[in-house]
Ligand binder design. Structure first.
Ligand code: ATP
Ligand code: MG
Length: 439
């Protein structure tokens, strides 16, 4: 027997609700939740004046190596890179969206006429150990404001997150919390790093083996230690905030003042960092306690140096990436009800002879905005009504031979067994369509 074909490990199939019988070990949110999320996102982004940009899923490997930096987790060990067997090009499935968007800006000189607010949504690829909330193909909403120096647009972007949570039924402060920090500028971070190294050198006897190793390669990582014996040492270490100059502090203060003015609570988290030197000033994350160690649903910040680093005319920028699977797992875990995507009408078609007239009528209903699922493939009345119930439709329209010959169709309310069945004129479908919609 041929070997059974399976999806690539860490890559998921997303089904409509109610299709899968077996309870799977790793439950993925269904596509109805996915659709609701996407339409809510589109509506919110539109209200904030963000426009959609689509870039390729495959890019030259060099883009990510230059864009993310060679010593990042992504570039070191997570990229799906391959050689195009047709021409030898080195390509990579995008692990994130920002680099591709910046490439597109530079290639098409797209910021020529001024700054842009953009978003894109789609699959990203990282070779990680699959677990709940962590996959090898996952999906992101990516939002970027290019050519804006902030802090106004930084605050706007964070606020847009709050609006999105609210419209998805999440309560900020309870279900998702905002963490905020400022990374200052590169020279400020370097001064802080030097101070950190000499502080830890002065306390070398208190460092564990891990920290000793990190002292000169990556002293900031010492701050992440989980070793309880080192907590007080780490607590008292020099803080980046104390090394920020006037301009950086003013930027951070303006973001905070804007959030305070709209009553958006946040925690300043000095541990919130980003790996690369082109990140600066504002960084933020939206986190939840509901998803274990995969608790960051959305992370973003300012990257004023990236466009220049990738060969463009220097321009400031800020953006965020939202992990769609994680957010949908959160919505699932909280039991937030998803608006129904069920059809309004299920059409019962007792015999093949009525199909042409049924199709004509259903087209009129659909043109009037009614969602209709037609029973296809025949079968007895009992099995058709079973399908009608399972579809979640409010009404069944029964295209019986006798009724259709009279120019009529029977309407049955599937949600109210006491409601009398009615006959409706086929020729006037457009007029009673409105009634079905408003019920
Ligand atoms: P983490 O620390 O969880 O690995 P990250 O810092 O690598 O996250 P970003 O590159 O900032 O993540 O991506 C933005 C968001 O995309 C994350 O906050 C998360 O919600 C989501 N995300 C990142 N990697 C994955 C993955 N492998 N599977 C599912 N979602 C992911
Ligand atoms: Mg990661």
């Amino acid at each position: 027997m041929a070997e059974q074909l399976r999806a690539v490990k860490g890559m998921n199939d997303i089904f409509p609700p109610g299709v899968l019988q077996s309870v799977r070990a790793e439950k993925m949110p269904d596509s109805a939740l996915w659709q609701w999320f996407e339409s809510t996102v589109r509506s919110v982004l539109n209200r904030y004046g963000y426009q959609n940009l689509l870039t390729p899923i495959v890019e030259p490997t060099a883009l990510f190596v230059r864009g993310l930096g060679e010593v990042t987790d992504i570039v070191e060990k997570e990229m799906y890179s391959f050689v195009d067997s047709m021409n030898g090009d080195r390509l990579t499935l995008r692990p994130e969206a920002t680099a591709g968007i910046v490439r597109a800006m530079i290639e098409h000189n797209a910021l020529y006429n001024g700054p842009l607010r953009l978003w894109t949504m789609g699959p990203m690829f990282r070779h990680e150990r699959p677990q709940k909330g962590r996959y090898r193909q996952f999906h992101q909403l990516d939002v970027e404001a290019l050519g804006f120096a902030g802090p106004d647009v930084d605050a706007e972007m964070i606020l847009m997150g709050r609006t999105l949570w609210r419209e998805l039924g999440l309560v900020e402060g309870r279900d998702v919390r905002l963490e905020l920090n400022s990374l200052g500028q590169a020279d400020e971070r370097h001064a802080h790093r030097d101070a950190l190294v000499s502080y830890f050198e002065q306390h070398a006897e208190a460092l564990d083996a891990d920290s000793k190793r990190r002292l000169h390669s990556n002293p900031l990582r010492i701050l992440d230690t989980k070793n309880p014996a080192m907590q007080s040492l780490v607590e008292a270490a020099p803080k980046l905030m104390d090394f920020l100059g006037e301009a950086s502090l003013a930027h951070f203060g303006a973001v905070r003042a804007a959030l305070d003015a709209v009553g958006l609570a946040y925690r300043v988290n000095p541990r919130l960092v980003r790996g690369m030197d082109y990140y600066n000033l504002t960084v933020f994350e939206w986190v939840t306690d509901q998803l274990g160690s995969q608790g960051t649903v959305c992370g973003g910040g300012r990257y004023d140096g990236l466009i220049e680093q990738l060969g463009g005319k220097p321009a400031p920028a800020v953006g965020f990436g939202l992990g769609i699977e994680r957010l949908l797992l959160l919505i699932d875990a909280l039991g937030i009800p998803v608006p129904s995507a069920a059809p309004v009408v299920y059409a019962v078609v007792p015999s093949p002879g009525v199909v042409p007239q049924t199709l004509v009528t259903l087209e009129a209903l659909r043109a009037a905005g009614v969602s209709v699922q037609m029973h296809a493939g025949g079968g007895n009345m009992k099995s058709q009504f079973k399908r009608a119930d399972a579809s979640g439709a409010r009404y069944a329209l029964i295209f019986g031979d006798v009724e259709v010959a009279r120019g009529e169709v029977a309407l049955k309310n599937l949600r109210d067994a006491n409601a009398p069945q009615r006959s409706l004129p086929l020729a006037a479908a457009a007029t009673w369509a409105a009634e079905l919609l408003n019920a």
